[in-house]
Design a protein around this ligand. Structure first.
Ligand SMILES: [Zn+2]
Length: 279
């Protein structure tokens, strides 16, 4: 059976989020390790994190953390990279204590004219993090939608950035169905060209999590707006197709979507559960 779930709040702590996941029968969840709007390093409650890890281990729940929004791997301004690196090390530390697979970080946004400097910055930031990190939790580089810049929207870029880093084993990938659809790189159900590229670039072996979001806008629109599963332009058939891929069956699928009409997530979670059983 596949492990599925959704993004949960840590308003009441890490262990409380794990309990929510357990009580609603989720096999996985995502959380923000700290305030999602700031890179400020958080001194966290290690006992609470350990309780989260215990609960998840006991109930077979897989977890991933998500970096705060201002985290930009391509940042290269004065002190900017240092802030990002310190924040990422803090996120990894929290994720490690919570027993998580890793920390999702967006590929990076670079708006300068010399785009290669953007990639160079990303590699340097990743190297600085991995050089100072010896835990089990990995950095999970997430594919982007192309909304802010077209960087990080292809499997070639994911594979190359990882290959060019000093310690690729400390890096893995996070796919996002909405981002892949919005950028136009994934066309939906039965997209064999997409699957072929994924295999050729060795992506599937290195995917550690999937963000399972439908899209409010049509394919190729470069707009990153998530819709409830089955209520967007990706649609049920394509969402189910991607979940059924053999190469992704071991990784958690996690919703980052708006709730159903009733303000809850049961419909979407049940759909995923159902699909995860009958592949
Ligand atoms: Zn995502």
């Amino acid at each position: 059976m596949m492990r599925t779930g959704r993004h949960l709040s840590i308003r009441n702590g890490y262990a409380a989020a794990a309990k929510t996941a357990k009580d609603s029968g989720m096999g996985a969840f995502q959380y923000f390790p700290k305030n999602p709007r700031s890179l400020t390093v958080k001194s966290f409650d290690r006992r609470d994190a350990a309780k989260c890890a215990d609960l998840c281990r006991e109930h077979g729940i897989a977890t991933i953390a998500h970096t705060p929004y201002p985290t930009n791997l391509a940042a290269d301004g004065e002190g900017a990279r240092e802030r990002v690196v310190q924040s990422l090390l803090n996120d990894l530390d929290i994720a490690e204590h919570c027993g998580s697979i890793g920390v999702v970080v967006h590929f990076g946004i670079y708006k300068g004219a010399e785009i290669l400097r953007g990639y160079q910055s990303i590699i340097q930031s990743l190297n600085e993090v991995t050089a100072n990190w010896s835990g089990e939790a990995k950095l999970l580089i997430e594919i982007q939608s192309g909304e802010h810049a077209f960087m990080g929207t292809t499997f070639e870029e994911l594979a190359q950035i990882r290959n060019l880093c000093n310690e690729p084993a400390k890096l893995a990938f996070c796919l996002d169905t909405c981002h892949m659809f919005a950028s136009g790189m994934w066309k939906g159900a039965g997209d064999e060209a997409w699957l072929e590229t994924a295999e050729k670039q060795g992506i599937l072996n290195a995917v550690a999590a999937v963000h399972f979001n439908d899209s409010l806008y049509p394919g190729g629109s470069r707009r990153d707006r998530h819709a409830p599963v089955g209520q967007g332009y990706i649609g049920l058939e394509a969402m189910r197709w991607i979940m059924s891929l053999e190469g992704l069956r071991a990784v958690p699928f996690i919703l980052e979507t708006p709730p159903d009409e009733d303000g809850r997530y049961e419909k979407q979670l049940n759909l995923m559960r159902e699909w995860g059983i009958h592949l």
